[in-house]
Design a protein around this ligand. Structure first.
Ligand code: ADP
Length: 396
């Protein structure tokens, strides 16, 4: 029997939803309401009979979810007949309180509210989505699935920054890691592709979307990851710098009188590929690079060099690596980025097959005799949220 979960991902001005069969991963319908609160919003609903657009203004998240419910009524499938067992919510920051998904109750809401200072952009929007959905679906169980939870297994020496020892207790300053739902899904999927048990497999996962992160996963357990206190640390991303010397804040304050807040904003929203080239979209960077744009070439080189450094670091962390897995927009679609990040790593047993890399539809893009398998696996965070939500209900 199919068990459908309504998966909700509420952002500050957007609401994504998907009606997912937790067993098969099939999405019976999905949709996105964007530009919530602006003069003109945009709603697209992908239903069984096609795609439907609506540009009515949507003032707030409540109106956005009501619009989604109307779209289900009008274009299908019927929510009342779908056999929905739960509403699964993506929540970005679970701090060190949530190492697993959890049933939403007033206590959970209070805990996620306490964590707002650690995720001031994300957690309030996620909470808004939960509140609204609880009002619209009061009879269904609601489950919160945290982006940070999968990385709660990091050992203390991997999650502790070398800073005054009072900072973690006083301000929560430590590494948490994000994209955990994707890293969990993709590392488990890698075991399936290789016909192995997740518990027997060491993998390096590279999630390369607009945000990018790497994870070292030993036997299904995350032991290190590149994002830290916030999603700013680590790899080069669409608009985020990734790793840099923390002295940059103080230096800019002294030489440019720039506030910490402004530097923070620029490192999050005006840096990465966008800062280097003007374009945050990797496809655009590739296009500029193909046209001979030197800044785009440099940005590509920096992006792939940073990836290579993390692959090397996590190889050392894991000792033996069974597979390197690429996922999300860039990871799944850019053969050039995969090839550049792995170039020269053959002495480590990492052998890319150029023909397979050009067409990764069979998931495996390494040569048959490569000791380390190289995989391209589409991520599916909605399915993982649906699965984990059902798991909470069944105690699994
Ligand atoms: P999000 O993190 O928002 O979920 P995605 O996983 O969709 O993002 O990844 C978006 C990134 O993937 C963008 O930088 C986009 O340019 C890149 N991308 C998508 N398709 C391709 C492609 N065919 N080749 C290279 N990059 C691609």
């Amino acid at each position: 029997m199919s068990e459908h979960v309504l998966v909700i991902n509420a952002g500050s001005s957007s609401l994504k939803y998907s009606l997912v069969d937790a067993t098969s991963g099939t999405a019976a319908a999905s949709g996105l309401v964007e530009r919530i609160g602006e003069e003109q919003s945009h709603h697209v609903h992908h239903g069984p009979s096609g795609d439907f657009d609506d540009d009515q203004p949507v003032p707030d998240h409540e109106a956005a979810l009501e619009a989604a419910v109307r779209a289900f009524d009008k274009h299908g499938p019927s929510l009342s007949e779908a056999g929905i067992v739960a509403v699964g919510h993506r929540v970005v920051h679970g701090g060190d309180r949530f190492a697993a998904p959890a049933l939403v109750d007033d206590e959970l809401i209070a805990a996620v509210t306490d964590l707002v200072p650690l995720a001031p952009l994300h957690n309030p929007a996620n909470l808004e989505g939960i509140e609204v959905a609880r009002r619209l679906f009061p009879d269904l169980p609601h489950v919160a699935v945290f982006d940070t939870a999968f990385h709660q297994t990091l050992p203390p020496y991997a999650y502790t920054y070398a800073v005054p020892s009072s900072w973690p207790a006083d301000y929560g300053i430590r590494r948490y890691g994000f994209h955990g739902t994707s890293h969990a899904f993709v590392s488990a999927q890698a075991a399936r592709v290789l016909g192995r048990e997740p518990g027997d497999l060491n993998v390096i996962v590279l999630h390369l979307g607009n945000g990018c992160s790497a994870a070292a996963v030993r036997g299904g357990v995350s032991v290190d990851t590149s994002m830290g206190l916030t999603p700013l640390e680590g790899l080069v991303m669409g608009t985020r710098s990734g790793d840099l010397d923390p002295a940059v804040h103080g230096h800019l304050a002294r030489v440019a009188g720039q506030s910490a807040e402004e530097t923070d904003r620029m490192l999050n929203s005006e840096s990465g590929l966008k800062g280097l080239t003007g374009a945050n979209d990797f496809r655009e960077v590739l296009r500029l690079r193909a046209d001979g744009d030197e800044r785009a070439q440099l940005a590509f080189d920096i992006y792939c060099y940073r990836l290579k450094k993390y692959i090397g670091a996590y190889y050392a962390v894991l000792g033996t690596v069974d597979a390197i897995v690429f996922t999300a927009g860039v990871g799944q679609h850019s053969a050039e980025a995969r090839a550049a990040a792995l170039a020269g790593l053959e002495p480590l047993g990492i052998h890319l097959d150029p023909a397979r890399n050009a067409d990764p539809s069979d998931n495996v893009v390494s040569t048959d005799d490569s000791p380390v398998k190289i995989l391209v696996i589409p991520t599916n965070e909605e399915w993982e949220i649906a699965r984990q939500s059902v798991g909470v209900l069944t105690g699994g």
